[in-house]
Design a protein around this ligand. Sequence first.
Ligand code: ASP
Length: 334
Amino acid sequence: MSGRVLVLHTGGTIGMERGTDGYRPMPGFGAVLRRHLDGVCWLPAFDLVELPQPIDSANLQPAQWTAIAAELVARWNDYRGFVVLHGTDTMAWTASALSFMLRGADRPVILTGAQIPLVEPRSDALANVRTALLLAGSLKCGEVGIFFGRRLLRGNRSTKFSSTALDAFASPNAAALAEVGIDVRVAAHDPLPAGARDFQLPQIDSRAVAVLTVHPGLSARQVDALTDDPALRGLVLCSYGAGNLPDATPGLLDALARAVARGVVVVNRTQCAHGPVVQGAYATAAALNRIGVVAAADMTLEAAFAKLHVLLALHPDPALVRARFGTALCGELS
Ligand code: ASP
């Protein structure tokens, strides 16, 4: 393994410029970034690869996760670590998906980006990229992480928390992996150790998973409208508190039960940023156990969604997906 780091640019604010209708990916960003990084003696040696069409990550489709993972896997043995430049809007979703595809990674993959484009005044881009490069060039672990602002977070525990702060990401149910101030302080608890590679790059059907937020007034008809889609194979239910939903609403549980019966894997994730689903702590959620809805414990929405996508793409059998969804695969649940 060389000591070099690969930087893969996929898009995002970091590489955008202002157009008449707002920020858009700028042509030639790679050369601009290189000018800022080349010759900085304290950075590890690196190569830069740009996807042919860098995107605003709001346009990311789940099927693209496999292509991003494939770019890394194709170069895996040539680099000691990877930095993925990505838009912040879906960075936590992609980081989660990569963690499930690159299980047993034996070197770090660090996603980063910026809230302010590199070419704008007061940009946070360089500080983020340079630190991400240092981390990817030095950490001895198999984490897919997000470095942003001042913290390295486990990717599948992260969520975009602020649309304006330079410290844009939070990890509500797991401690940071490292705090970066004057010193880089790697947390006392162990990051995922470098493991035996178990990479899986399945073809993902972007239509296979949907998210349904429980709200006062949610009707059976609304559930039917969402689940009555032959392409749908998984549903993330974002419930209240410890995993509750309005079980007194006529037909609501029946609509969910119908979806489960026709093979849709329904998982229950709380709307609360912090804390787990305890399905059955209240009578309003006990019925979910009976109809075969799986509790997502304290997974983030992004991790639950990506895990469901990857498992469904790997396994045709919903029973197997249900069983695997509830077990920890790469540090995504407590
Ligand atoms: N819309 C941008 C993106 O996700 C936001 C960002 O990068 O901060 O690509």
